[in-house]
Ligand binder design. Structure first.
Ligand code: ADP
Ligand code: ZN
Ligand code: ZN
Length: 756
């Protein structure tokens, strides 16, 4: 006997339903939560829901904001998760509560979200959460208000006098904020909320606010000649082609890369499309903003985690309705719901900061390329020291390549010298070699600025007892505590643990036996202060610069020449343009070379080259002095000769035979548990079930270098495959075979950057 298709719909209604309406009665809604996929709901007929609509749906006793999802079949076979369809009985489907008055998510964005989820082996809802990172339904900000719902179920509503007042007020059809309503009716905000929860009021945005000025492509174009002109033409071309391509824009620091990619943005604006620029540390980009507005007449819209609720909402809406035509952001800007995105620029593409290491573990540079491919627009990746991954893509013909070989305006690249600390050791207990000190003195005398770089916050990385050898370690991590002398504390740089500096050794009780070992920038500052008491010092680190405003102020001070000597961590390496800076001293050039990091050499070169690039950007030539105990190391040699191509070829030759990235694929499994036993058991289980076969290899399990982090015990395994073997299906099968129970957890890190 044929069953009634939708027994929950009264017969008299189904007569009026078209076939299409019938088939859309059951809809999928993806909620921004870690479920395996979307859930089925019933779409109230009058809501006319379409894929991409942002809705409120019941979940248990709560209501959640989600998105109407469609099954997207365009995932490549090796990424598509196996179907686990188990349809809920139509009779038991719960109805969607309401549709929010927000622009729907485009098919391209939905496809992108599915793709990222499948690639990173993350529940799609967690990726969606990066798009819906607004409190969509939270107390309305001034731009959000309320209207009467279309067909409120007034019969079920307990109609109190206060509620009646609100309904009467809104009966005129005007939209009002909560404050408007409470002011006009003197009911409490709770009444408004109650009506909203009952589905009688629906949230609406109160008229488009246009906070974003329109960048003008013709406002202040630069005069380009020679190589710059050629590169700009080629880059504009990629935009007018209006299809997917990736271009590497490579050029030494100061060659005008920024200037050139702003031309691509100008072209994109002329095409009436939106552009997105990803910067590794958007909070540190005051100078970049300034340059943008010099070129286009207005500031771009900004997106990062610290912009605040209101700006967040405005930028999100501006992306969605197209009124924000240029957005500059941190990696999460990649998940904004652009109306008409036509170009993504990834500046400093080699930066490890593009890798998000928590939550959804993804590389924004690589996913930018995916978004460009799915939505068919060009992507430009920019660097003075491109990653081997990107160079390999150039070599394989997948990426185009534009090169700016010389600095703009004839500025010379800085002259580099490696100072062998074995021949020129610093005095005992100090860290600056007399040779470097002499150079600093001479430079300061010429009224030029000096920068000292050490990528280590605090005073000293290790505190040791001279009597018993005890090391001050973090109680929650496998890590030494770093002394911060300014704050008189010891602090762990991996967790939040901080403790006062103990007066005596906690192990043996000796007095005055705790000794600082090794330098951090506080200690270098102390040394510099003694050596150059008259120099005006500025310390740049995340400890001294609270946020973007403080950083901008520090940078302005340097530009105004109110500072003689800058001492900083990697913050100073960012793309700053300091025309009066002529000497850069790297306190410990060997610092990044230890450890088991696949990319230690590559990273060190990239970082040090970028630091060095701060020197001599105007008419006076710059100099760089690298203090090193290993001057013969290929990294130092490459920095000396400036021949990065040769270094990268060497790197490539080292990685090829072992199928290390980019010549093979890599995925890390990080097991964590409350006890070492549970961690070992889970890791052993993964070890026993490890996949094998031609071109597949599993390394480990082994204790992670950070064997304990925030009290969790950690083990690592690495899956390495040949390039033509996708890791996702292997991982899915593998993880499906183990049963780790409640005690242990496995995080999957595709294309790992960190090996800690
Ligand atoms: P990069 O991004 O490669 O480090 P920039 O684009 O920052 O180089 O350029 C370095 C400096 O030279 C900047 O101050 C920039 O404004 C200036 N510059 C580069 N090209 C030009 C040009 N064609 N006309 C005027 N100034 C330029
Ligand atoms: Zn001791
Ligand atoms: Zn810790």
């Amino acid at each position: 006997m044929a069953q009634k298709p939708f027994p929950n719909i009264p017969m008299q209604d189904s007569g009026n339903l078209t076939a299409r309406a019938c088939s859309t009665t059951r809809i999928s809604v993806l909620l921004p939560m870690p479920f395996a996929g979307p859930f089925d709901y019933r779409a109230p007929v009058d809501m006319d829901l379409q894929p991409g609509d942002i809705v409120v749906a019941p979940l248990g006793k709560r209501q959640e904001t989600g998105v109407v999802w469609d099954t997207i079949s365009s995932l490549p076979a090796d990424l598509a998760p196996p179907a686990t369809e188990k349809k809920v009985d139509a009779a038991r489907l719960r109805p969607v509560v309401c549709r929010l008055d927000l622009p729907p998510l485009s098919a391209e964005l939905r496809q992108f979200i599915d793709w990222v989820a499948a690639y990173t082996l993350t529940p799609p809802g967690m990726v969606l959460a990066m798009t819906l990172r607004l409190h969509m339904r939270a107390a309305p900000t001034p731009t959000m208000g309320w209207a009467l719902a279309e067909n409120p179920d007034l019969e079920a509503l307990r109609l109190t006098p206060a509620r009646q007042k609100v309904l009467d007020l809104l009966a005129d059809g005007n939209h009002r904020t909560t404050t408007d309503i409470t002011n006009a009716t003197s009911v409490s905000a709770g009444v408004v909320k109650g009506l909203a929860n009952a589905g009688v009021l629906r949230p609406v945005s109160l008229g488009p606010e246009r906070p974003f000025g329109q960048p003008d492509a013709h406002y202040n174009p630069p005069v380009l000649e020679g190589e710059q002109q050629t590169a700009a033409v080629a880059l504009r071309q990629t935009v007018t082609e209006n299809r997917f391509s990736v271009t590497l824009l490579e050029g030494v620091t100061g060659s005008g890369k920024t200037e050139i990619y702003l031309e691509a943005i100008a072209e994109c604006l002329e095409q009436g499309k939106q552009a997105l620029i990803l910067l590794p540390e958007i909070a540190l980009s005051a100078q970049w903003m300034e340059r943008f507005s010099r070129r286009f007449g207005v500031q771009p819209a900004v997106w990062h985690s610290e912009i605040g609720q209101r700006a967040r909402r405005l930028t999100w809406l501006g992306a969605a309705d197209g009124s924000a035509s240029v957005i500059v952001g941190a990696r999460s800007a990649l998940f904004l719901p652009f109306h008409n995105l036509g170009l993504i620029i990834v500046d400093e593409e080699h930066e490890a900061l593009f890798k998000q290491e928590e939550g959804v573990i993804y590389n924004a540079r690589d996913m930018a390329v995916v978004r460009g491919r799915l939505a068919r627009f060009p992507v430009v990746v920019v660097s003075a020291t491109p990653s081997l991954e990107t160079l390999a893509n150039v070599e394989a013909g997948r990426y185009r390549h534009l090169v700016l070989p010389t600095r703009h305006g004839g500025a010379e690249l800085p002259e580099t010298r490696v100072l062998d600390l074995r021949d020129h050791p610093p005095p005992r207990g100090l860290f600056l070699s007399p040779e470097l000190v002499e150079d600093i003195g001479a430079t300061l005398e010429r009224q030029e600025q000096v920068m000292l770089f050490l990528n280590r916050r605090g005073y000293a990385p290790l505190t040791l007892c001279r009597s018993c050898g005890h090391r001050m370690e973090c109680p929650h991590c496998t890590a030494w505590l770093v002394e911060h002398r300014n704050r008189k504390v010891l602090s762990c740089h991996y967790c939040d643990h901080t403790e006062p500096m103990p007066p005596t050794c906690p192990q043996c009780g000796s007095d005055h036996s705790l000794t600082a070992i090794g330098p951090g920038i506080e200690r270098i500052t102390e040394e510099a202060r003694q050596l150059f008491p008259d120099a005006r010092l500025l310390v740049m680190s995340s400890d001294t610069l609270g946020g973007p405003a403080a950083t901008a102020e520090a940078v302005a001070k340097i530009s105004r020449r109110e500072v003689d000597l800058i001492i900083g961590t990697q913050i100073v390496a960012k793309g700053w343009h300091f025309p009066h800076l002529t000497l850069v001293g790297v306190v410990d050039a060997d610092l990044g070379l230890g450890g088991a990091d696949l990319r230690a050499g590559e990273r060190t070169i990239q970082l040090l080259h970028q630091v060095a690039g701060r020197a001599g950007r105007a008419s006076s030539p710059g100099r760089v002095i690298l203090q090193s105990y290993a001057p013969e190391h290929p990294v130092m040699q490459a920095l000396l000769s400036g021949d990065f191509d040769a270094f990268m070829q060497q790197e490539a030759a080292q990685r090829k035979p072992g199928f290390w990235p980019p010549y093979g694929r890599l995925a890390a499994l990080i097991v964590s548990a409350d006890t070492p036993v549970a961690a070992d058991e889970a890791a052993a289980q993964l070890g026993r079930t490890a996949p094998y076969g031609e071109g597949i290899q599993v390394l480990g399990p082994a204790p992670a270098p950070l064997a304990v982090l925030r009290g969790r015990h950690r083990r690592r395994l690495l899956l390495r495959t040949h390039r033509n073997i996708a890791v996702q299906p292997i991982l899915r099968r593998w993880l499906g075979m183990v049963n780790l129970g409640r005690n242990a957890k496995v995080d999957v890190d595709i294309d790992p950057v960190s090996f800690l």
